[in-house]
Design a protein around this ligand. Structure first.
Ligand SMILES: Nc1ncnc2c1ncn2[C@@H]1O[C@H](COP(=O)(O)OP(=O)(O)OP(=O)(O)O)[C@@H](O)[C@H]1O
Ligand SMILES: [Mg+2]
Length: 267
């Protein structure tokens, strides 16, 4: 009965009844969520609504108390993400950034990308120790690929600078490009505009679209900047107290009385 659904499956990710309870707190309460392949989908909601917790469930950092998470790396294939370790989830196609930038500050920009590529290397530890010809070829390919990512996304001029010396906006960009190094099917961005000024936020809008189009991937965004949310998103989910209270195209979400109340209630 599932095969018919899978054949014309437009979804890349679908959760059903995902809940997580920390002590007495229900941080996610029965979250049903669907995301179309190659789309830009955004999660909004007041502080503490459960947005980052939802990312943590998708990426294996937390295991939901109940519910299912189905991931479709291709339209024909279904993989349950429940119980998989975070590095496994990265390898099969979900890459993320964090609300607070997590770069290797004392490594160069290029080295930050190379480290992420390593998770996909085939040669393994023995190959790395003995540096056989296969490993050397793989390392060369990885370095070329890393540099080409920096070139495509405007960071090549800083390739040899220490990450900590980049302007803040470029550090945010580098974190996103590093996530691309694992060749994700879904790119998850947790508040990428945090700390950016107006111009940098506008640039980020174009940057996210460019990545989606060039890499042919799906983007799941958590964001508080409403101008960015309304312009970049194709679908918006609104969370409050761990529940999804609304979902739909941005123009509808903007007018939804439940959404307006959730935000005004915060003031
Ligand atoms: N490991 C944990 N243990 C206990 N409580 C947690 C844990 N992780 C998250 N929470 C709680 O779950 C709730 C949701 O937090 P979460 O970080 O997901 O919110 P958020 O929507 O990302 O908020 P913000 O917009 O401020 O980033 C909060 O009340 C938080 O304190
Ligand atoms: Mg958060």
């Amino acid at each position: 009965m599932m095969t018919g659904q899978l054949e014309d499956n437009k979804l890349v990710l679908a959760t059903l009844g995902v809940s997580i309870i920390f002590g007495g707190l229900t941080a996610l309460d029965n979250v049903n969520f669907e995301m179309e392949r190659d789309s830009i989908t955004t999660l909004i909601g007041p502080n503490g609504a459960g947005k980052t917790t939802f990312f943590n469930c998708l990426t294996g950092i937390y295991k939901p108390t109940s519910g299912t998470i189905n991931y479709y790396p291709t339209p024909e294939k279904l993989t349950s993400l429940i119980g998989l370790a975070p590095d496994r989830i990265t390898t099969i196609g979900l890459a993320r950034t964090f609300q607070n930038i997590r770069l290797f500050n004392n490594l160069t920009v290029l080295e930050n990308i190379l480290i992420a590529c390593h998770s996909r290397m085939k040669a393994g530890l023995l190959g790395a120790l003995f540096r056989d010809s296969k490993t050397r070829a793989e390392e060369k390919a990885m370095a070329d690929y890393s540099y080409s990512l920096l070139e495509q996304y405007g960071l090549a001029k800083s390739a040899n600078h220490l990450a900590k010396n980049l302007p803040y906006g470029d550090q945010r960009r580098l974190e996103i490009v590093r996530a691309l190094a694992t060749r994700p099917v879904i790119l998850l961005l947790d508040e990428p505009a945090a700390g950016l000024n107006n111009q940098e936020t506008k640039d980020l809008d174009a940057f996210i679209r460019l990545i989606r189009d060039k890499e042919k991937l799906s983007v799941l965004l958590i964001e508080h900047d409403m101008s960015l949310v309304m312009s970049v998103s194709e679908k918006v989910y609104v969370m409050e107290y761990g529940r999804v209270i609304a979902s739909g195209p941005p123009e509808e979400i903007q007018k939804d009385p439940k959404v307006i109340k959730a935000y005004l209630g915060e003031e």
